[in-house]
Design a binder for this molecule. Structure first.
Ligand SMILES: Cc1cc2nc3c(=O)[nH]c(=O)nc-3n(C[C@H](O)[C@H](O)[C@H](O)COP(=O)(O)OP(=O)(O)OC[C@H]3O[C@@H](n4cnc5c(N)ncnc54)[C@H](O)[C@@H]3O)c2cc1C
Length: 309
């Protein structure tokens, strides 16, 4: 098996604008090099053969986490471990915070990027399921300007997205979670750090004890992440209970037709998926209750502080 990279031209743009020009110049012949944690192994195995690599690791303008207008924006070049350690992500995008520590190992997350994972679009990866569940928006840039793609229109097939060859992914926007939101990422993998055989992104928001928002998306059940819209619809308006979560698990897995491979049969994956829905919803509901309690007590404390003479 060859392990050395094939010959490739190497470009290091100094700005995003320069990277966009290079992509336009080398239409379809170039690949952007982000953390390299997926692209370099694919090149070594000759499964990817770009003629030109455009290394965007020096583009600081594409890194960082910021909040504005109820959205959390994460630069595509933000390393997975940087997002994992971000207090903004922990507070405002709890589902992303739950998923990040499950990606590979620390060494992978110290190089791998948020944008790289979403552009690579491995259907067993955690972040595509998170982006789909939360209706994230992906911002791509080309010579003709910026285009905002909803996550539901981003994933097109196995390692395939709706990004055009002359576009670079610059930013991902997640909606900031409202009060009373709890999230969980559940997965079954052969070993710690491996890609999930089946994964589930789950997020619940509680208002006055009832579920006001429910989000569920699977990894590993098809060649794209899969949203469980029917189960989400069932959950909204109901109070969390074991019976409700059992029924949600049934609805989420009823019509699915998972793939078969060395990791498991379709029946096995379906069974695991149902278990993950029950576990994920239970954990998300517990965390949503804790979040409500924390925010209520913070509100009361601040009201008392204002009442004091
Ligand atoms: C041993 C190992 C275990 C792993 N385990 C997991 C795991 O459990 N879960 C998981 O999700 N991932 C896992 N990964 C993959 C890891 O998360 C990668 O970091 C990620 O998939 C790709 O990110 P990257 O920044 O390294 O992208 P790269 O490898 O640099 O790029 C990947 C692809 O995306 C394109 N691309 C990257 N950035 C952009 C951009 N800004 N605009 C346009 N195109 C872009 C590249 O051209 C390339 O086609 C693992 C990797 C390894 C090596």
């Amino acid at each position: 098996m060859p392990v050395k990279l094939p010959h490739v031209e190497y470009e290091v743009p100094a700005t995003v604008a320069e990277a966009v020009e290079l992509l336009a110049e080398h239409q379809g012949e170039a690949s952007v090099l982000a953390g390299g944690q997926s692209l370099i192994p694919l090149m070594a195995l000759r499964l990817a053969r770009p003629a030109v690599l455009i290394d965007i690791n020096g583009l600081g303008e594409m890194s960082g986490v910021s909040v504005s207008g109820g959205q959390v924006s994460i630069g595509a070049m933000t390393r997975e471990y940087v997002a994992e350690e971000s207090e903004t992500v922990a507070g405002a995008v709890p589902l992303l915070a739950a998923a990040l520590p499950l990606i590979g190992h620390e060494a992978i997350r110290s190089r791998g990027t948020i944008g790289g994972s979403l552009a690579h679009a491995d259907p067993a990866a955690e972040l595509p399921a998170v982006a789909l569940a939360l209706d994230a928006e992906l911002v791509v840039r080309s010579r003709s300007g910026d285009r905002v793609v909803p996550a539901a229109q981003w994933f097109e097939g196995y390692l395939a997205t709706s990004r055009r060859p002359d576009e670079i992914l610059v930013e991902v926007r997640f909606p900031a979670a409202g009060p009373g939101t709890g999230a969980a990422f559940q997965e079954v993998a052969r070993r710690h750090g491996d890609f999930a055989i089946v994964g589930l992104a789950a997020s619940l928001t509680l208002a006055d004890g009832a579920i006001s928002d429910a989000r569920l998306a699977f990894a590993g059940l098809a060649d794209v992440p899969v949203r469980a819209a029917d189960a989400e619809g069932l959950l909204v308006g109901q109070e969390p209970s074991a019976e409700l979560f059992e029924e949600a698990a049934r609805r989420a897995t009823d019509g699915i037709d998972p793939p078969s491979d060395l990791n498991g049969s379709p029946e096995y994956r379906k069974k695991v998926a149902a278990t993950l829905v029950r576990r994920g919803l239970r954990e998300a509901a517990d965390r949503a209750r804790q979040d409500s309690a924390r925010k209520n007590s913070a509100r009361k404390n601040s009201a008392h502080a204002h009442e004091r003479p």
